[in-house]
Design a protein. Structure first.
Lengths: 253, 304
């Protein structure tokens, strides 16, 4: 195992987003805050999603998880596509790093960015809305698993895309709809039958629902089911990403 | 002792295109080796296979005795590649880029003195803290060389390292590469500047259409084929070229006639004799040795 090589690639990826922190850390926090202010203002009068939980409080974990999902994906996918388009991915490909080390470094860096953004959204939201904490372990577990899964999905998208346009397509037509239609802004029990069924097929829903359980001790489905789905999703996406990197798909001709 | 590079029956197919068609050769440790060929001959594909950037369709390649696929980590530690494209990471400074590259190879602060030496030797000291974006093309090229050497590889492959580089930098780069060679590194060079290969390389391979068209020591390669040119000036234009010499005439212009000699068969004395017998008064003569460009064009049929 080339531990220092793995650490160096991870550290390089951290530096990459840290050097543009305004765009990679602060902007997503501001976006989430705007969602919170607007949606909470408009929808506060709606019925409580869970007994004793205000709409604003309900909204906070969803926004935190959505920000983490989008930023974990954005970090690994944008780094890879940039390196591919500019050609500097060659420096990593020439190094004695295994497929696993390569993937792990990108995923870990994506997780760090996602967790920093998640923490930022959480802290800023708490200034405006009090949110209880039922079980910190669940909160952390879902945050880690979800950001790892999206980091790995970002690696897949970054490897697959040949140009920025294709990556934007992946982001706008897959990640964004799945994260909006996952119960961030509502409890899926308020949806009509067809959309309710469809939501159950969306892995992002389980990420948000399990994460939310950690705050309120209440959720749309059992947290054990959410945990199982998210863990399986991570395993499947991670295995696919590893297979693509090991095969050199689109990166080693 | 194992060879620095061993290439055995390597084929590479891209869709319907056969980039390499069964290339085999080896490069001994400590050689300065030239890999030449026209555009599209398969040089970069071969280098990419050695570096693990491309996988061969069939055949094997070894660097310092390690298989490039099965023992990729050992191969990459033994190999430093200066890529043809002027690529760089716009997020980092020169020193950061070199430290990061060393880190990929498992090297930490203990490697910093070597990084300082590289920065100094490649005249990058003033720019060590500058962002890569702010460097000129020549500076970026030097950083690429430093990046390839950051882990002190045994074998250094330079893919067109002087393309688009000014004369001064080219000279300083060659001085540096020659120093590496003296220090015991095996150097593999591809270049379009044939006089460069002629000046620097001990042995030269010429690839053409994905096949090895020639592989020989530089003197043996230069001694091949067309041989030297003999130019003779006579007092008056020759009315008739003697029958025996007609096949050797390369050109005629005024009083000067050029003959192309086959080094193995023709003697200058016989030609002069035949001309004198035909009544020619010889006032001047000079010979021109074949250069690598002639050999290259002959082997590749004029493709470049």
């Amino acid at each position: 195992m080339n531990t220092r090589g793995l650490y160096t690639l991870f550290y390089k990826e951290l530096l990459r987003f840290y050097k543009v922190a305004l765009q990679t850390l602060l902007a997503p926090v501001l976006t989430a805050l705007l969602y919170l202010l607007v949606f909470a203002q408009v929808l506060e009068q709606r019925a409580e999603a869970f007994p004793g939980v205000s709409y604003s409080a309900f909204l906070v974990p969803g926004l935190v998880m959505m920000s983490m999902i989008q930023n974990a994906f954005a970090n690994s996918s944008s780094s890879l596509i940039q390196s591919k388009v500019t050609g500097n991915l060659i420096f990593v490909l020439l190094a004695p790093l295994s497929a696993f080390e390569f993937l792990l470094a990108f995923v870990l860096a994506a997780m760090v960015r996602a967790l920093l953004v998640g923490l930022g959204v959480c802290l800023v939201a708490l200034v405006f809305v009090p949110v209880p904490l039922h079980n910190a372990g669940y909160v952390l577990l879902f945050a880690v698993l979800a950001s790892a899964a999206l980091g790995a999905l970002g690696v897949i998208a970054g490897i697959w895309a040949d140009k920025f346009d294709q990556l934007a397509g992946f982001q706008n037509f897959i990640i964004l709809p799945l994260s909006f239609l996952s119960g961030v802004f509502y409890s899926i029990h308020s949806l009509p039958g067809f959309w309710l069924t469809l939501s159950h097929l969306n892995p992002f829903f389980y990420m948000i629902d399990g994460f939310r359980y950690g705050f309120f001790g209440a959720a749309d489905v059992s947290p054990a089911l959410s945990l199982a789905v998210v863990a399986l999703f991570l395993a499947a996406i991670g295995a696919l990403a590893l297979a693509l990197v090991a095969r050199g798909y689109k990166i080693r001709n | 002792m194992t060879a620095a590079i061993e290439i055995n029956a390597v084929h590479k197919q891209y869709g319907a295109t056969q980039a390499l068609r069964g290339v085999s050769f080896s490069i001994a440790r400590g050689e300065f080796f030239g890999l030449l060929g026209p555009n599209g001959a398969g040089k970069s594909t071969l280098i990419n296979i050695l570096a693990g950037l491309t996988r061969a369709t069939s055949g094997t390649a070894r660097v310092a005795g390690h298989d490039v696929v099965g023992e990729f980590a050992s191969t990459r530690r033994a190999l430093g590649v200066v890529p043809q494209e002027l690529v760089f990471d716009p997020f980092f400074s020169v020193r950061e880029v070199l430290r990061i590259q060393a880190g990929y190879f498992g090297l930490g602060a203990e490697n910093d003195p070597w990084i300082d030496e590289l920065i100094d030797a490649l005249m990058l000291t003033d720019k060590a803290g500058a962002n890569m974006r702010s460097l000129s093309g020549g500076m970026k090229r030097r950083v690429l060389v430093a990046q390839a050497l950051v882990h002190k590889p045994e074998v250094v492959v330079l893919d067109e390292p002087t393309a688009g580089v000014d004369v001064e930098l080219r000279k300083s780069l060659w001085a540096f590469i020659q120093r590496l060679h003296r220090d015991g590194h095996t150097i593999v060079l591809t270049t379009h500047y044939l006089e460069e290969a002629e000046q620097l390389c001990d042995r030269i391979a010429i690839l053409n259409h994905g096949q090895l068209a020639a592989l020989d020591s530089k003197p043996a390669l230069l001694a091949r084929g067309l041989g030297k040119v003999l130019a003779i000036t006579t007092a008056a234009p020759l009315a008739v070229v003697p029958e025996a010499l007609r096949a050797k005439v390369k050109s005629r212009k005024g009083n000067t006639i050029e003959f192309e000699l086959d080094i193995a068969r023709d003697s200058i004395g016989d030609i002069l004799e035949a001309l004198r017998a035909a009544g020619a008064v010889i006032t001047d003569l000079h010979t021109q040795e074949p250069d690598l460009e002639d050999i290259f064009l002959q082997i590749t049929h004029g493709e470049k």
